[in-house]
Design a protein around this ligand. Structure first.
Ligand code: NIG
Ligand code: FE
Length: 425
């Protein structure tokens, strides 16, 4: 079935050409899709004759953007850590908490104790909220298991969520999040276990498409990360990194060396690391919610963009450093904290986010042949959307051509004197 959405005040196509701020916006636009795939995008005045007779739906002057892509989350975990939020407000650092046995270790204990069903239900509930924000794809990391049964439990949850909706899922193996407490005095054994057994098994069972490592004084060294990421690449898992988050650690440089698809965080990335990432086409994923919650210095987004690095924006949703899955808020913070323009933040949460998780061929922009994943935003422009921050400006989320979220009440108010609600499925 072919569907046509008309009367879009502005449609941000977010195509590849141009720089980070080039959204390829079309004013007074229309969008045509057939089943899960976009067929035509352009100015409504130029809508091809073959589509004009088709019953169409009225966007009533909304902004339309590609479905947002949250390319960095730790979606599945047991428990919460609001006690650490309090501790940090009293002056404890992230490392103080971690070295005292809290932090990631606390979430590992709670995640090991949770059943698969509990983790599934909880993650699904998060996703039901996330889809309302205009998000169509979520990258989900394991990393709160740190043993085979629990890591696999998390990755199975993600596989079930991928099949059940409401959004698309990309899974990342993060067995190298920290050294588990039981391996504290024999870290090389844990690294060997990941390399020799766990990573090949995850790849063989197709439980993830990416492999991530946290490089940090309280996590893995550069040499350990290099070995782990190479093992991942050999098994067919795309390398990703938590790099230079709390201090400089040579993360950006290693990301370039192993040709990672992304290096994430990067508050303390060096100029040499930024240049190397640019030369090797590594996407930088900025996580302004984590920067804010941990009171870190801002990511040098302008330096990255000026050096030719694509800068993606994501939430880092997790129970410690970023306990929020509000991607539009992260985008507003990218503007405020990192001096990115709203247009740059939008391209960073769409096309470049898709690139950071290897799904650019099918998602991230509104172009003929790509997935019909888009969000209808109650704002006249991307600038206004991110400037006038509200709990939720998204009125409708469409994924693979079907409505996954529709705020009929607000849409009705907006449309009270003009026509009917969109009813396509
Ligand atoms: O991306 N940096 C490492 N991992 C997470 C934090 C996880 C946690 O604190 O539980 C992050 O910030
Ligand atoms: Fe993270």
């Amino acid at each position: 079935m072919i569907s046509v959405l008309r009367n879009i005040s502005s449609l941000a196509r977010c195509c590849e050409a141009g720089g980070q701020s080039d959204l390829h916006a079309v004013a007074r636009a229309a969008l045509v899709w057939e089943g899960p795939t976009i067929r035509w995008v352009g100015a409504e005045a130029e809508l091809p004759a073959e589509y004009r007779a088709i019953t169409s739906f009225d966007a009533r002057g909304c902004l339309v953007v590609p479905g947002l892509i949250d390319c960095h989350t730790h979606l599945g975990f047991g428990g919460w850590r609001s006690n650490e939020f309090v501790q940090r407000s009293l002056g404890w650092s992230y490392h103080d908490i971690q070295f005292a046995g809290g932090g990631i270790h606390a979430s590992v204990a709670a995640t090991r104790a949770a059943t698969e069903e509990e983790l599934f239900t909880r993650s699904e509930n998060f996703l039901r909220e996330i889809v309302r924000l205009g998000v169509s794809t979520v990258e989900c990391k394991s990393g709160y298991g740190l043993n085979d049964p629990t890591e696999q439990k998390l990755l199975r949850v993600y596989a079930r969520l991928a099949a059940a909706g409401p959004v698309k899922i990309v899974s990342t193996f993060l067995g190298a999040h920290v050294i588990p407490i039981e391996y504290r005095d024999r870290r090389s054994e844990y690294v060997d276990l990941l390399i020799d057994e766990t990573i090949p098994a995850v790849a063989r069972d197709r439980l993830a498409t990416c492999c991530d490592v946290f490089v940090d004084a309280a996590a893995f060294t550069i040499d350990e990360a290099r070995r782990i990421l190479r093992a991942g690449s050999r098994a067919g898992l795309a390398p990703k990194m938590h790099a230079d988050q709390l201090s400089w650690g040579g993360g950006a440089e290693l990301a370039a060396e192993v040709k990672a698809i992304s290096a994430d965080h990067l508050e303390y990335a060096s100029d040499a690391g930024i240049a190397a990432m640019s030369a090797r086409g590594v996407v930088a994923v900025t996580l302004p919610l984590a920067t804010l919650y941990l009171r870190q210095r801002s990511v040098p987004a302008r330096k990255l963009i000026d050096a030719g690095v694509a800068v993606a924006v994501a939430t880092d949703f997790n129970p410690g450093s970023a306990p929020s899955y509000h991607l539009p808020l992260a985008m507003t913070l990218a503007c405020v904290l990192q001096s990115m323009s709203p247009a740059e933040a939008v391209k960073g949460a769409t096309l470049y986010a898709a690139r950071a998780i290897g799904i650019e061929a099918r998602a991230g922009s509104l172009e003929s042949g790509k997935a019909a994943d888009f969000a209808m935003i109650d704002a006249p422009s991307v600038e206004h959307w991110l400037y006038h921050f509200r709990p939720n400006a998204c009125l409708m989320t469409v994924i693979d051509g079907s409505i996954r979220w529709l705020d009929s009440e607000r849409l009705e108010t907006r449309m009270s004197d003009q026509g009917t609600l969109p009813t396509f499925t």
